[in-house]
Design a binder for this molecule. Structure first.
Ligand code: 2RA
Length: 344
């Protein structure tokens, strides 16, 4: 069977990556409906050797098109308003935005971690994609939780500017060009102090009353919904001048009495779907954005036991934010959803 696909946000960073991933996995596409705002209408997109024209997203655009799957990645307010029209027209919505993630009736899915939750799609017609920084973290937590039982997770993230979309990537490139054009030395770089070039910014999204940011609370709240657990999570989310991959320093505290084995942990991670262990400090083997970018794997390294506590493990995870953190995760959900439909 082939499927009719809609992509809302077709001109954005995630939308463009979706077309690439759908082509790479040879997704069974019958027809493709790229959708965006009026000023992108008419732009042509390529997928699987076919050319499609972007159409304007309207409340009625889904009617009569027999859309099976509608990917949304055009911001929370667009999903909030338009997802229902896609569902009413008979599509399953796979939403990349944060809008539906914590809705108790909407499954929040990382296919390698909680694929069974995809079966819950029929309640609302919507399946939510977690936040990019959450996805790559739970892919590493799941095998370790199954092995030892997690009590608490502390994570610091080093997030690429692609998380802020095309505009975020363009801003970094422009600032780096400005910097080198002026050949500013380090002292003058302060002029960019509030910018991202040659800087790190310990804030992503809006401040919350508890002193955390909205991005940090996404990681705190989404992790336990996906894993069906209730352990403590604390996050510090930082924007760094990297284009497309998020890096994360993750400290996992297991239940009292666990004497964690690095070899066991490394094996559990290595055996986990779509995770690659790159871990040999002596030969400078560890995950870095230059390794992960444009790939669909979640890389993990610097795996080491805490110096002072038997039940604590530290690790470093890196993944391409546009792919693993959004487009590829969404396509993997769609692949499992069609298997579900075909098994019925
Ligand atoms: C970011 N995770 O990195 C957020 C949204 N993609 O900006």
């Amino acid at each position: 069977k082939k499927y009719n696909i809609a992509v809302v946000g077709a001109s954005g960073a995630v939308g463009e990556e979706l077309f690439r991933v759908l082509e790479e996995v040879k997704f069974p596409i019958n027809d493709l409906l790229p959708l965006a705002s009026a000023n992108s209408a008419g732009i042509e997109v390529e997928c699987q050797g076919n050319t499609y024209k972007i159409e304007e997203l309207t409340e009625s655009v889904f009617e009569g098109r027999d859309i099976d799957i509608a990917f949304f990645s055009a911001g929370g307010s667009i999903s909030a308003h338009y997802a229902k029209y896609a569902v009413e027209a008979g599509a399953v919505v796979i939403d990349n935005t944060s809008h539906f993630r914590m809705d108790p009736d909407v499954p929040l899915v990382v296919p390698e971690v909680n694929p069974e939750d995809i079966e819950l799609w029929e309640d609302t017609g919507i399946i939510a994609n977690p936040n990019c920084s959450t996805i790559q973290m739970v892919q590493l937590l799941k095998p370790l939780h199954d092995l030892y039982g997690i009590k608490r997770v502390d994570v610091s993230t080093y997030q690429a500017v692609s998380g802020a979309g095309k505009a975020g990537m363009e801003e970094l490139v422009r600032q780096m060009q400005d910097f080198f054009a002026f050949k500013l030395d380090e002292s003058e770089v302060k002029a960019f102090a509030h910018k991202i070039a040659l800087n790190v910014i310990p804030q992503i999204d809006t401040p919350q009353p508890n002193g955390y940011t909205k991005e940090e609370m996404k990681m705190v709240n989404e992790t336990n919904k996906i894993m069906h657990t209730d352990f403590a999570v604390s996050a510090t989310c930082v924007r760094v001048p990297v284009l497309r991959s998020h890096s994360e320093s993750i400290t996992v505290t297991f239940k009292e009495g666990v004497d964690v084995s690095v070899a066991e942990a490394r094996e559990a991670l290595d055996n986990f779907e779509n995770v690659k262990v790159v871990d040999d400090l002596e030969t400078h083997q560890y995950p870095m954005p230059i390794i992960s970018t444009d790939t669909d794997y979640t890389y993990v390294g610097r795996i080491r036991k805490d110096i002072f506590a038997e039940n604590i493990l530290h690790m470093w995870g890196v993944a391409d934010q546009v792919r693993v953190g959004a487009a590829t995760n969404a396509v993997r959900i769609a692949q499992k959803w069609i298997k579900l439909q075909e098994n019925i």
